[in-house]
Design a protein around this ligand. Structure first.
Ligand code: ADP
Length: 639
């Protein structure tokens, strides 16, 4: 029935349509509901996660709103700073936190006002635990500031470990710093800091947080190598780096050794240490100097160890002995023995060296070819730290040349003396002839002799007499030292008396007075030499006295260590200072030929020669017009 089908009313259609829409809306609603359920479930899970996280974490976290009111906190916070549930909603500024963090309020205000996060180490007042407190802004999803999050991380163990590490590295005597992979100083020890302070070191250059590479560059060219070394170690190009460098202060000579070692374990960075090596450097310097002195010494040096094995010889040793170092090292010093001394001599040498640490004397040694030669040798003993002998050092110089020269001198002296003796002896003969014939001529001419001729003859005779006196004195001079000295012990008083006896006439004629002191002292020398000296000095003391003055002569003897000093003091005319040396030379006189009884100028030269032969010395002190004192020394007899 089409009319019926067609005839479905429009209301029915409308209802159908509505139904349809309702169904689809319902479906949509159902979908939405399902999505919402999923979201709620997700949110619940997230919330659970957060709650679990907060409950499980050891990091104490405190959530604050913009006015500093506590919104929420984790259990770890409750344990750390004593918060309870009742504190939620209270302003944190109003609470007394059990935290040693004096600027907490200020730092929190700053963060709540939009400032940067703050991090600060602070200890819990109750139990001393150390917390790393971090105040961080709390931002919503739209980045708007909504409060702050304060976290508390327990770093007690970390801090203790750090302190222990600091104590460990502080106990190192060297200056130590640890730098990170970029060369920034992260840790320094006490020695490092002390060095910086004592040396005007700038903490901004070598303190914690400073780029050590930059500091090296700033220190100048000498530190550039150190910077390169450190860089190479940091990059892993070098396993370690060391360098020695001078670092002299204005008052001190100093050297340091820098050592850079990488920090192991993949952390990166390096440990830098500076060690004061001045003592070693100084030692090396001294060694170098000693080695140079040893090698370049003109004297031969040979060093033997306690087993009497030669361990070292110098260049001069090889030159003098002919032995190269390699030929004698390891051998006994006996290789130098000449065979000219007996066993007792060497035993004495060794014993004396061991007892006194030193022996000195003349020794005959042997050259490489076997020829012996004389040396002046000093043997000294070197002791080790334990006080026992560690080495023997022999230093010697070749006396061959000197010995030969001495011998030549002795020979030519002897020849000269022989010549002087013979010449003076033979010269007196013709002189005596001249004098006697002059006398004969004078007698022959008799009393009628022309006055001028008599005068000339007088000059000639005087000349001959003076020449005779000269020859006699020369003879005397040449006699001194001709024979070997006849050394004996004698009391000085005895020789003084003999000298005075020989000068009896002169003493009596002049009315001279003699005073003697210390005549009991005993000398050990050639008595004739001593007599000659005293006689000359007393004769001069009488001779060189103003005619209107009575000569007063005082002879005093006194001990001077191993010598006796004899002074002959007079009250005569005196001698100017400038002539003190000259008067001891041959033929040197300070007066006219006829003044003060004349003289040859040889007397004091004879005194000097005689005194020196006795092993003494002679000197004079004088004041012109007041008198002179001649003092000579001679060996005292051993007691
Ligand atoms: P000589 O007495 O024969 O001249 P000496 O060698 O004894 O020679 O003395 C050298 C000089 O030293 C003397 O000429 C004299 O001028 C001076 N002289 C020596 N002894 C004395 C003295 N006791 N007082 C002053 N002058 C002296």
């Amino acid at each position: 029935m089409p009319s019926l089908v067609k005839g479905k009313s429009s209301r029915e259609e409308l209802a159908e349509n509505l139904n349809e829409e309702l169904r689809s809306a319902n479906e949509q609603l159902q979908n939405l509901n399902e999505e919402l359920t999923v979201k709620v479930e997700e949110l619940t899970r997230l919330n659970d996660d957060l709650d679990n996280l907060i409950a499980a974490t050891d990091i104490g976290t405190l959530f604050l709103d913009l006015s500093g009111r506590i919104r929420r906190f984790t259990p770890a916070v409750a344990r750390s700073i004593d918060l309870t549930e009742a504190d939620i909603g209270r302003r944190v500024f109003d609470l007394r936190l059990s935290l040693d963090y004096p600027t907490f309020d200020d730092d929190l205000y700053a963060v709540l006002a939009g400032g940067l996060p703050v991090e600060q180490e602070a200890s819990i007042t109750a139990d001393g635990r150390v917390m790393m407190v971090r105040i961080h802004p709390y931002r919503r999803a739209d980045r708007a500031l909504a409060g702050a999050v304060v976290t508390f991380v327990d770093v007690t163990r970390l801090t203790a470990a750090e302190r222990r590490l600091q104590v460990y590295i502080n106990s190192l005597p060297h200056q130590v710093a640890v730098v990170d992979h970029a060369g920034i100083i992260r840790l320094t020890n006490a020695a490092w800091n002390r060095f910086a302070a004592e040396n005007g070191g700038r903490p901004d250059r070598i303190g914690t947080g400073v780029d050590y590479l930059d500091s090296c560059v700033a220190a100048g060219a000498s530190a550039a190598a150190a910077a390169d070394g450190l860089r190479a170690v940091l990059r892993g190009e070098l396993q370690s780096f060391t360098c020695e460098y001078p670092c002299h202060s204005p008052t001190e000579f100093r050297w340091f050794l820098m050592n850079v070692a990488p920090v192991e374990g993949g952390i990166g960075g390096a440990v830098i240490s500076h060690i004061n090596i001045t003592a070693r450097k100084r030692g090396e310097e001294e060694l170098r100097l000693a080695a140079s002195v040893f090698e370049n010494s003109g004297e031969s040096i040979v060093i033997a160890d306690e087993a009497e094995r030669i361990v070292s010889v110098n260049h001069a040793f090889s030159e003098i002995t002919g032995f190269a170092a390699a030929e004698v090292i390891g051998r006994s010093p006996r290789v130098l023995l000449s065979g000219r001394h007996d066993g007792a001599f060497y035993r004495d040498l060794i014993e004396s060296t061991r007892d006194t640490g030193l022996w000195r004397g003349e020794v005959w040694c042997r050259r490489k070819g076997g020829k012996s030669f004389p040396v002046w040798m000093t043997v000294s003993l070197v002791r080790g730290e334990d006080g026992r002998m560690s080495h023997l050092v022999g230093v010697f110089s070749d006396l061959s040349g000197r010995k030969a020269a001495e011998q030549r001198l002795l020979e030519s002296n002897a020849e000269l003396e022989q010549f002087a003796y013979v010449a003076s002896h033979d010269l007196r003969e013709p002189l005596r002839m001249v004098a006697s014939y002059l006398g004969m001529i004078e007698r022959k001419l008799g009393p009628g002799i022309a006055p001028d001729l008599k005068e000339y003859l007088g000059y000639a005779v005087d000349g001959a007499r003076r020449m005779d006196a000269l020859i006699l004195d020369l003879l005397e001079y040449s006699r001194v030292g001709r024979d070997a000295p006849h050394t004996r012990r004698f009391a000085l008083g005895e020789v003084i008396a003999r000298a005075a006896g020989n000068l009896k006439v002169a003493i009596e004629e002049s009315g001279a007075e003699l005073f003697v002191a210390g005549g009991e002292l005993i000398a050990e020398a050639d008595g004739e030499d001593c007599l000659r000296v005293l006689q000359n000095l007393i004769a001069n003391a009488i001779k060189y006295c103003p005619p209107d003055r009575q000569p007063g002569i005082s002879i005093s003897c006194r001990s001077e260590g191993e010598m006796i000093a004899v002074s002959v003091a007079d009250n005569g005319i005196g001698i100017p200072d400038s002539q003190f040396e000259r008067i001891f030379r041959m033929f040197q006189r300070l007066h006219g030929r006829r003044d003060y009884g004349g003289g040859t100028g040889i007397g004091l030269a004879i005194c000097k020669k005689s005194v020196e032969r006795m092993g003494g010395a002679i000197r004079v002190a004088s004041t012109v017009g007041m008198g002179s004192t001649f003092t000579f020394t001679l060996p005292a007899a051993a007691v």
